[in-house]
Design a protein around this ligand. Sequence first.
Ligand SMILES: [Zn+2]
Length: 231
Amino acid sequence: MPDLDYLVIAPHPDDAELGVGGTILLLKAQGARVGILDLTDGEPTPHGSPEIRRRETDAATAILGLDWRGILGLPNRSLVADLAARHRLAGVLRELRPRVLFAPYWEDAHPDHVAASDLVDAARFWAKLTKSDLPGQPHYPERIIYYFSVHLRIQPLPSFVLDVTVHQEAKMRAIACYHSQFIAGRPTTPPTLLDDLRDRARYWGWAIGAGFGEPFLTREVVGLRNLRDLL
Ligand SMILES: [Zn+2]
């Protein structure tokens, strides 16, 4: 397993693309080592199968240019932030040693997303424990940044928005790889689900005076080294 700078933890394959796709492309363009850990395989769904989902995930992974992608194998639809899941995730964090974690925003209609958010918080803490039976060496990711891949029509105020304008088209191509989730069986008259996603990215871009943006939230204060990159 490679040491990573950034690890996106997703309840299901496609959540990372939805919430962090543009940022992943931006980080990769800047030379960072970026990975995604999908907690479940996302199945069953109405138009998917484990094989279809694996093919779709591989195609999206290639577009994002990830350094690593793994699946933790926790149960889809029944994800629980219990001690066994915390142990498994903390072990992976100690192997990959990311500096920054991306976790799903904690308020959601989907119980898997709520559980995933809790699980990342708890596993981050466990990963630093000494005198434990966890694999690898103690490691504490410096930050958790929460992303929005939310099944509620809510708009929490983000802590910051990243300008992903130059990567927006590639992000949409990565999302469109998940045909079974976002295209199959859905209305084809505009606005389609993909139109909605693009429009919301445009809204956040507008909010920061840019083309397209991805919003993020942190519980801890974000520090800046300089003001040059402010939009
Ligand atoms: Zn999901």
